[in-house]
Ligand binder design. Structure first.
Ligand code: 2AM
Length: 461
């Protein structure tokens, strides 16, 4: 008997998705270039209780084991492996068969959020499987919706990751300001973020900051303080920024978060540099200005929220621009609905608002000029500016030692003493620029998170 569907590419993601599909009751054929992974997957399926999963060692028998019209989900490394796999499989396939390029399926084992695009007829071949395999969320239903024509599904998934980069960077910077300027303890940080997760910032990424309160297993401190401040990445953030440049769309928050990842990866270089640029940190520069903790916490919350709006606005602008270029006719409100479903990584209560903004005006030029968001950007402005300034001051502490000249956006040279903490004259004419280069996007803030214990700040503007 033939199986319902095939899956090629059995790395971690592929194996997990295969088990998920089989567990939902769909007979499945699997294949991988390196055949040991086929056997591994078959073995896992057996261990999990005789799931209807069948392994094949050669592409031909794999393809021929699937019922027509054949559908094969392909989960191989991006780039030329995709083309090679398509070539290997397609010689055995027929007109009307279909290959799905499944780039990046998070949570593959226990219900991913899926963003399928391409031919609608092909989508219909496997809608029954997608509906069952995708995460199910109370109130919102399945975390899957047909996105649109061509490569729109993959594009939207990619931008989703870019937005996630921005979100994480902003959270990391908020953490950094509270910790290094506000001197909050891990327990305090935990409390602050939990509190934030009850309000407009409610989201998965804020929720998982409960890691702050977790103790190291040896019991000699907090886990968060022991995590190496070094991160790698897959390519989705990079692609998002490349696309932004191709489309001439400004995406400063997302681009800055990508830069921070690059810097973060240079751990050894930063450790070396820290020996040369020995710094007392922010203490001496801020000693005569007592930081009001409560006020700082509230300011950072507002700055984070305003910056988050900017980050999402950038992602939406990218999708809008690409959709226009390609004639995809994507509905941005629908995408926000799909994302808020509660299963994707950037899920957030805030997406309700994004959906509403685009539902009210599908041709909205920019999220920032939606009447409600306009207000939400204007209200937290003073808090936001205070945080940016504090960050700038904190950075100046190190900048002096680096002998970096800090220049304002007006090109006035600025002495350390002259940078006002609570006066913002320098930025007055630059409101729009600030709104577009917030927090993470500002050159002041760039590289903050990446620096960790070893301060090495790049200040140019
Ligand atoms: P492999 O196990 O044979 O390396 C993630 O790397 C997945 O992509 C793995 O299943 C891997 O197969 C597959 N992959 C990487 N490069 C490939 C290629 N050139 N052709 C086919 N599959 C490839």
């Amino acid at each position: 008997t033939l199986t319902r569907i095939g899956l090629a590419g059995l790395a971690v993601m592929g194996q997990n998705l295969a088990l998920d599909i089989a567990e939902k009751g769909f007979p499945l054929s699997v294949y991988n270039r390196t055949t040991s992974k086929v056997d591994e997957t078959v073995e896992r399926a057996k261990l999990e209780g005789k799931l209807p999963l069948h392994g094949f060692h050669d592409p031909e028998s794999f393809v021929h084991s699937i019922q027509k019209p054949r559908v094969i989900i392909m989960l191989v490394k991006a780039g030329s492996p995709v083309d090679q796999t398509i070539k290997t499989l397609s010689v055995h396939m027929e007109k009307g068969d279909c290959i799905i390029d499944g780039g990046g399926v998070a949570g593959a084992r226990h219900g991913p959020s899926l963003m399928p695009g391409g031919s609608f007829a092909a989508y219909k071949y496997i809608e029954d499987i997608l509906l069952k395999v995708a995460a199910q969320v109370r109130d919102s239903g399945h975390c899957v919706a047909y996105i649109g024509k061509g490569g729109s599904g993959n594009f939207v998934k990619m931008i989703h990751s870019g937005i996630e980069y921005g979100d994480m960077q902003l959270i990391a910077e908020a953490y950094d300001v509270l910790k290094s300027v506000g001197k909050l303890s891990n327990e305090e940080l935990h409390q602050v973020f939990s509190e934030w997760n009850k309000g407009e910032l409610l989201s998965f990424l804020i929720e998982i900051t409960d890691i702050f309160s977790i103790k190291d297993y040896k019991g000699d401190g907090y886990l968060a303080d022991k995590v190496l401040d070094k991160t790698g990445m897959k390519d989705t953030g990079k692609w998002t920024v490349q696309q932004a440049a191709e489309l001439s769309v400004a995406a400063p928050t997302i681009a800055s978060s990508l830069d921070s990842r690059f810097l973060s990866g240079l751990k050894d270089e930063r450790v070396q540099a820290a020996k040369v640029f020995k710094s007392g940190g922010v203490d001496d520069i801020l000693t005569d200005q007592a930081v009001d903790k409560q006020k700082l916490i509230d300011d950072v919350r507002q700055a984070l929220y305003a910056s988050k709006i900017c980050s999402y606005a950038q992602g939406m602008n990218l999708i809008h621009a690409k959709s226009t270029e390609k004639g995809w006719d994507l509905e941005l409100g629908e995408l926000a609905r799909n994302w808020k479903g509660g299963c994707c990584i950037i899920r957030a209560i805030f997406l309700d608002r994004v959906q509403k903004a685009y539902d009210q005006n599908p041709d909205l030029a920019n999220l920032l000029v939606d009447p409600e968001f306009e207000k939400e950007i204007i209200d937290p402005q003073s808090a936001w500016r205070r945080v940016v300034c504090l960050q700038a001051l904190a950075l100046l502490g190190n900048a002096q030692r680096l002998e970096v000249r800090v220049v304002t956006w007006n090109n006035d040279e600025l002495a350390t003493e002259a940078l006002p903490v609570h006066g913002f004259e320098h930025y007055k004419t630059k409101d729009y620029a600030l709104a577009h280069a917030p927090f993470s996007g500002s050159s002041y803030a760039g590289g903050q998170w990446a620096t960790g214990d070893e301060p090495l700040y790049y200040i140019v503007s």
